[in-house]
Design a protein around this ligand. Structure first.
Ligand SMILES: O=P(O)(O)OC[C@H]1O[C@H](O[C@H]2O[C@H](CO)[C@@H](O)[C@H](O)[C@H]2O)[C@H](O)[C@@H](O)[C@@H]1O
Length: 348
């Protein structure tokens, strides 16, 4: 039986009031550093002509987080006699970062690489988007899906899980009976309300976009002029003052608004592993691939279990709890393709 419970996070609140709140509380600095350029953008801008110091920094970073492609054989050797479970983030991992979140499509080749890997290993997508949206984008019925940063998990019905009262029976897109685990369910009306308030309060900020992800909401500033970032951040900050049970975290050029519960992508990974029967198993090798700050929670969990590998997708050096790295989504595709091919060869 699953043994998961959620608790409320204790987050110290600053006194409300001053207009320069977002400058003093570090939001603006976090916003500025929130999304490194992709390899392609760096190349176009000529940033790849690194200085000797930068080159040296990059090589020492690669030494700390070696390429999962170069370390592929080591990963495969370690996986011998173990059950691999694959966890994948969506944006920046399966689809490249683009200006319009509604146009972040997965390529046919990437979809087929994910499909191939899922033929051999249980594979779950854990996204900040709503579960319905990420399912619609990925479009593969054979995967497990968790939306809203892991706060909305869909699982097939298994008898041993049915006794848990935190699971809700529902049906999937094909009408099959499934279980849902939604630790932030009570926040549904609140997120809906805050979403509408955020849309209204940010409507004057050109380029701002608010998304409703059911158990969390996102305020995008990728297309907002940098001079207007303080105004946008202040809008979000002011709205959140009215919602002490919601908190704000940073993603790639996006402010994420979510419930103050102790649940994140790391907890979702543990939940999936337990649901799949690997609670205390030494024979499981979870591999989590992600690019964002929210994925760090999952990398931390794998490090803490001394089990499996976190793989950070990044073209530039950044500190991480991951073990390995991949440069961009095309390297993710190559890695998944190699895993599937290795399994096919072994099965022949
Ligand atoms: O956990 P993820 O699946 O990585 O989702 C995180 C956020 O991804 C999306 O935003 C990011 O990708 C957009 C499309 O490339 C980009 O325009 C945006 O700047 C990025 O932050 C999604 O729209 C967010 O709601 C997710 O929270």
């Amino acid at each position: 039986m699953l043994s998961f419970s959620t608790s409320v996070l204790m987050i110290p609140r600053k006194k409300p009031g001053r207009l320069d709140d977002v400058r003093s509380n570090g939001w603006l600095d976090a916003m500025k550093s929130s999304s490194p350029p992709s390899k392609k953008v760096q190349k176009e801008a000529g940033v790849e002509d690194f200085s000797d110091d930068a080159k040296c920094g990059y090589s020492s970073w690669m030494f700390k987080y070696p390429s999962a492609l170069n370390s592929f054989q080591q990963i495969v050797n370690h996986a011998k006699n173990k059950k691999i479970v694959i966890f994948l983030d969506y944006d920046g991992t399966l689809s490249p970062i683009v200006d319009d979140p509604d146009r972040a499509f997965i390529s046919a080749e990437m979809r087929s690489a994910v499909r191939d890997v899922a033929k051999h290993f249980p594979t779950a997508i854990i996204s900040g988007r709503s579960r319905d949206k990420v399912y619609q984008l990925v479009g593969l019925t054979e995967l497990y899906y968790a939306g809203s940063h892991g706060m909305d998990i869909m699982l097939p019905i298994r008898n041993e899980l049915c006794t848990n009262d935190s699971l809700i029976k529902s049906t999937d897109q094909q009408g099959k009976e499934v279980n849902l685990f939604q630790p932030a369910r009570e926040f549904l009306p609140m997120i809906d309300e805050v979403f509408r308030t955020l849309v209204n309060k940010t409507k004057e900020v050109i380029g701002a976009k608010v998304e409703n992800h059911k158990f969390c909401a996102s305020v995008h500033y990728r297309n907002v002029d940098e001079n207007s970032w303080p105004i946008l951040a202040q809008c979000v900050h002011d709205v959140l003052k009215e919602y002490p049970r919601l908190r704000q975290t940073h993603g790639r050029k996006v402010l994420e608004v979510r419930p103050v519960i102790d649940w994140d992508k790391g907890k979702a990974v543990e939940f999936f592993l337990e649901s799949l029967g690997f609670r205390n198993s030494h024979d499981v090798l979870p591999i989590y691939i992600g690019d964002d700050r929210t994925d760090e929670d999952a990398f931390k969990v794998l490090r803490g279990r001394y089990q499996g590998y976190g793989i950070l997708v990044s073209a530039i050096p950044k500190e991480s709890n991951a073990i390995f790295s991949l440069g961009d989504t095309s390297e993710v595709k190559e890695f998944l393709g190699s895993l599937a091919k290795t399994m096919e060869n072994q099965e022949m």
